[in-house]
Design a binder for this molecule. Structure first.
Ligand SMILES: CC(C)(COP(=O)(O)OP(=O)(O)OC[C@H]1O[C@@H](n2cnc3c(N)ncnc32)[C@H](O)[C@@H]1OP(=O)(O)O)[C@@H](O)C(=O)NCCC(=O)NCCS
Length: 376
């Protein structure tokens, strides 16, 4: 290890980049993109506006919003070769593995594939945002033995996603909830997957390579995979009356409870508070209020017993479930939102790059004499 440096496990508290994208105040539980509070964005902005804000640093004026919306719609088609690839993949392959492969394949067909210039990166950010959404839905259709649904150019990004998944045009209430979810997941500073995209970018690798790495990092249960794990926990509990018994056992076993705790937020995750209200509404609408009731009871029990806060992935689980998202698509849906932030971070990193290369402290055996093969 370099002289004078200190081992910081998990890089906790290390500041590794300057950013204009996201202001995360963990002590006070506040989050803002480009200076705009997450509460205002989730309630009032569309995902298209949030994409523009992250990519250009300002909320779009009317003509700019028209242009970005048109560009996103025009970019929704995916290459037929990708659909062929989905048909060849094992039906039981998990959708995040498929999304990682699909991202790499989209890079093979992108006209700006290896161009890391600012303008080319903006074009790729638009294409990847739209194409990833289409790829997630098309793969789900193919693995379910159904024909992929072509994107509908008259629908917003959020509405079109839900339409491509089920073939039904979603209600305005459902679209608003899903759109707000995409916004809430769009950006979150140097979380593990965004850091991964920045590390890859810092070597001068291209955007698709960096995003494919980000997808891999997001998959783990300590990161984006937690949402799916929360829903599986709620399914394991099954009834509100079982929450106490489950919580007692989980606490006694010192089980790691998915959807609780956060590396940065100490006073609460502001996204969880917004999602809680949305989950309550969506679970009521879907006629499956028990998922919300179970989540609230579990939140209460675990909060009182361990002081742990629910994070973004806790209430998004019953919410996604009520919106009809298949449980193993929760993490791909998070990726469909986070792509906005990944691409914005990649652009920021390319525009002011320094290779990201930390050091390790060597704790192996001391220097040893070579031992010839026959003498070991
Ligand atoms: C997110 C997370 C990885 C952050 O962890 P971290 O900053 O590395 O914190 P640690 O894992 O060091 O945990 C600190 C303490 O809180 C406890 N803790 C943290 N999260 C916990 C959880 N979800 N369940 C049970 N205990 C938890 C740890 O056991 C540890 O206790 P100890 O000091 O007595 O050993 C962690 O909270 C976690 O694993 N959460 C569940 C997965 C999840 O929801 N991820 C999505 C994040 S948005």
């Amino acid at each position: 290890m370099a002289e004078g440096s200190q081992l910081i496990r998990g890089l906790e508290g290390v500041v590794a980049a300057e950013t204009k994208l996201c202001d995360l105040d963990g002590a006070n539980g506040r989050l803002a993109y480009g200076g705009y509070n997450i509460d205002d964005l989730a309630r009032q902005a569309t995902f298209e506006e949030v994409c523009y804000l992250l990519w250009h640093g300002e909320l779009p004026k009317a003509a700019q919003l028209d242009r970005i919306t048109t560009e996103l719609i025009a970019a929704r088609e995916i290459p037929p070769a990708l659909l062929d690839a989905f048909r060849l993949m094992p039906k039981d392959t998990d959708p995040m593995r498929v999304l990682q492969a699909a991202t790499a394949m989209l890079g093979m067909r992108d006209p700006d594939a290896t161009d890391n210039a600012h303008a080319a990166n903006l074009r790729k950010a638009v294409r990847l945002t739209s194409q990833m959404a289409t790829a997630i839905c098309a793969h789900h259709r193919v693995r379910s033995g159904q024909a992929p649904i072509p994107p509908a150019p008259d629908l917003s990004h959020a509405a079109n996603f839900l339409y491509m998944l089920s073939g039904d045009r979603p209600s305005a209430v459902t679209v608003k909830a899903f759109d707000a979810c995409l916004t809430l997941y769009a950006e979150h500073e140097l979380n593990a997957s965004t850091t991964t995209t920045r590390v890859i970018t810092s070597t001068q690798a291209d955007m698709h390579s960096a995003v494919a790495g980000g997808v891999g990092a997001l998959k783990g249960t300590l990161h984006g995979g937690a949402g799916e794990a929360v829903m599986r926990t709620l399914m394991e509990i099954d009834e509100v009356g079982n929450v106490d018994r489950f919580a007692d056992r989980a606490l006694a076993e010192k089980r790691r409870l998915m959807g609780f705790g956060h590396r940065v937020y100490r006073a609460g995750d502001p996204r969880a508070a917004i999602l809680r209200g949305m989950a309550e509404e969506a679970c009521r609408q879907s006629g499956q209020f028990k998922w919300y009731e179970m989540a609230v009871k579990l939140h209460d029990r675990i909060g009182k017993a361990k002081g742990l806060i629910p994070n973004v992935d806790f209430y998004s689980a019953p919410l996604f479930y009520s919106l009809g998202i298949p449980v193993d698509l929760f993490t791909p849906v998070i990726a469909a939102g986070r792509i906005a932030g990944w691409t914005a971070n990649i652009i920021e990193q390319h525009d002011d790059n320094r290779l990201i290369r930390p050091r390790a402290e060597y704790v192996g055996p001391p220097a040893r004499a070579w031992v010839a093969r026959g003498r070991r």
